[in-house]
Design a protein around this ligand. Structure first.
Ligand code: ADP
Ligand code: MG
Length: 351
């Protein structure tokens, strides 16, 4: 999982290179492992009737959250939602959660209760049961490790690796909201004498954006729909930012892509925020991770069927581009129709 809060330590470790090395050196798999390291979740067979889907995330105080600004319940909600989102990206159904905690000496049982209240609030709509974990003391802040277990019918899992040249590129929901919400939270409280434009953001828009950051929705139903009807050829959840996560799909699928910047689905609140702060809303959408929307690809022959069904089911999906041959790389199509290489700006730890 990615985070917007970085470590200041200058370390030679590069997160994605590290993962690739681990995958190559230690990622050998037996025949029951359908997918190991390298996707949103691992997939293993568990009998003929279902595949199990497993994902885990580690959150560290000071790296992923700051207790001076974040509430324990929100931290818990986001931790569970991020893992649920990885399960959604596989097209799977979440079932069980395991939580391991390292608690600093200053931690209180009230904080732990709040944390779990938030986590269970994210899990409850999906009937996910807490079934275990581990607890330790910590001499350096909180550590929260969340593991989610889910299931998917055999051969229905969605991978990052299935995109083909000519497929259409789609996203669910709206993107950029979470980063706008984070930026709002990081702004100093508005004073009477406000900067020009600040007043343009209504309390409703403000609440919406902050809510999208603190309590993101994992697109479980959308993922299940895409997998059960075999609509998507590949999928990933947007946790590192649209441009970075698109790169993951392209690398795993050995393809290129064209992203239509004018087509990105932006919420009215995000547009209003960007206008008020003189920011480019498209930049918010491209670089803002943690929207936890799904980015997926679809064969053009399924386009009409998918769009019609999405309308009936009230799933918001937007076509934002297409898959191209690998040699074209990843291109951004501007408002004038011209293309240029898409800047890749995903968050990496240790950088
Ligand atoms: P996401 O953002 O979807 O949570 P990550 O970037 O955290 O994905 O992980 C990508 C892949 O690398 C996943 O398959 C994950 O299980 C694997 N991975 C990440 N860290 C490690 C690690 N320390 N050891 C083994 N596998 C890892
Ligand atoms: Mg993911």
């Amino acid at each position: 999982m990615a985070s917007k809060v970085g470590t200041k330590a200058r370390s030679p470790i590069r997160e994605f290179d590290l993962i690739r090395t681990l995958q190559q050196r230690h990622g050998r798999k037996s025949s029951s492992v359908i997918r190991g390291i390298g996707d949103d979740a691992a997939v293993v067979t568990s009998g003929a009737r279902q595949w199990s889907v497993l994902t885990t995330d580690l959150l560290a105080e000071g790296i992923h959250f700051d207790l001076r600004t974040a509430m324990m319940a929100d931290i818990g909600f986001r931790a569970a939602a991020a893992n649920l989102s990885d399960i959604a990206a596989m097209g799977a159904t979440p079932q069980y959660i395991l939580v391991s905690l390292a608690i600093p000496r200053t931690g209180t049982s009230d904080q732990v209760q709040q944390l779990y209240r938030g986590m269970m609030a994210a899990c409850r709509p999906h009937r996910v049961d807490l079934i275990g974990g581990d607890t330790s003391a910590s001499d350096s802040g909180w550590f929260i490790s969340v593991t989610l277990v889910g299931m998917v019918p055999p051969r229905k899992a969605l991978f990052r690796s299935g995109a083909r040249n000519g497929d259409l590129l789609y996203v669910t929901g709206t993107i950029g909201d979470s980063l706008a919400g984070l930026m709002l939270l990081n702004e100093r409280p508005p004073r009477k004498t406000q900067r020009p434009g600040t007043a343009a953001l209504s309390p409703r828009h403000r609440q919406f954006l902050i809510g999208r950051h603190l309590r993101p929705t994992a697109r479980i139903a959308e993922g299940q729909w895409l997998s059960s009807h075999r609509l998507a050829t590949s999928a990933i959840d947007i946790s590192d930012g649209l441009s970075g996560d698109l790169r993951h799909i392209c690398e795993e699928s050995h393809v290129g892509a064209e992203l239509d910047l004018g087509a990105l689905p932006l919420s009215p609140a995000c547009r209003t925020y960007a206008a008020a702060r003189r920011l480019d809303p498209v930049a918010l959408a491209l670089t803002g991770g943690e929207d936890y929307e799904l980015l997926f690809t679809l064969s053009p022959r399924h386009q009409a069927q998918a769009e019609q069904a999405a309308k009936t089911l009230r799933f918001r999906i937007t076509c934002v581009g297409a898959i191209r041959p690998a040699r074209q790389g990843i291109q951004a199509v501007g408002p004038d129709g011209g293309t240029r290489p898409l800047p890749i700006t995903s968050y990496e730890h240790f950088r």
